[in-house]
Design a protein around this ligand. Structure first.
Ligand SMILES: CC(C)(COP(=O)(O)OP(=O)(O)OC[C@H]1O[C@@H](n2cnc3c(N)ncnc32)[C@H](O)[C@@H]1OP(=O)(O)O)[C@@H](O)C(=O)NCCC(=O)NCCS
Length: 229
């Protein structure tokens, strides 16, 4: 994208050597490619990668046909650092995920997919933080990007779309749990204004050691400043 600056230069009447006694105004239009503009600092990682890849990333509600690629993305991340022999009773089967999608859609809970050239390269969704009615304005989110497409700004697009969709649906708080060593996810959440509100020590075991989880939270819309509708 080109950034545009308008620069206004005025010469005092009696000092303008070129144009005589008239007060002259020049408008100068200068376009800088974003990555070369010295005034705006270095380009962020996501922007740089997005520019290398001209194909646009589309964020849209997920579909039944996305279930298999979404599960493939999920399995890869969820098995990270876990020994091969450990049973995985929590990973949903394709039918479970199809049911979950329908369920979420019926309850107005966003479930989004990111596609690049028609291929699913990430997804994000929320569930209710707790099922009890008092917690109906609070959601817990998950976001996953395909391991071949990390660092291209897909997580950022998904996060923005998820926040917007949750705010539009009337939710007031968004909560996430992140492995304390997951630098990328911690940075992504910080970038979107999530505060670290809790630490759960030693709750996971991966790469042969115990690890902590960080609980993060941000408000949506009026948050807790206005009564519930
Ligand atoms: C966390 C995750 C979703 C980020 O997705 P991504 O598409 O790679 O991230 P983006 O390229 O959009 O980067 C967005 C921001 O995340 C942060 N980030 C991403 N990768 C990073 C890295 N390797 N190191 C530090 N920060 C990083 C940066 O703040 C970045 O903003 P910037 O580009 O302005 O610097 C992705 O790494 C992922 O799927 N991880 C595994 C699953 C997971 O941990 N999910 C989160 C649990 S809720």
């Amino acid at each position: 994208m080109l950034l545009t600056f308008w620069l206004r230069i005025g010469f005092p009447e009696n000092r303008n050597p070129l144009f005589g006694p008239m007060l002259l105004t020049f408008w100068l239009r200068i376009g800088f490619p974003e990555n070369r503009n010295p005034l705006f600092g270095p380009m962020r990682r996501g922007q740089r990668r997005a520019m290398q890849n001209e194909t646009p990333i589309i964020i849209r509600p997920s579909r039944d046909a996305d279930v298999e690629p979404m599960l493939a993305i999920y399995r890869r991340h969820i098995r990270r650092g876990i020994e091969a022999g450990v049973e995985d009773s929590g990973t949903p089967q394709p039918d479970d995920l199809r049911d979950r999608r329908k369920n979420l859609r019926n309850r107005r809970l966003p479930h989004l997919a990111a596609t690049l050239g028609g291929e699913v390269v990430g997804y994000a969704y929320v569930v209710l933080f707790r099922k009890r009615p008092a917690y109906r304005f609070t959601v817990k989110h998950s976001i996953y990007v395909h391991h071949d497409h990390l660092g291209r700004g897909i997580g950022r697009l998904l996060m923005q779309a998820l926040i917007d969709a949750c705010a539009a649906a009337g939710f007031r708080q968004m909560i996430g749990y992140i492995d304390a060593e997951n630098t990328a996810s911690l940075a992504l959440h910080e970038r979107f204004g999530f505060a670290r509100v809790g630490l759960l020590p030693g709750v996971a075991y991966r790469y042969g050691k115990w690890s902590d989880s960080v609980m993060v939270q941000r408000s949506l819309g009026a948050g807790a400043t206005l009564p519930a509708p």
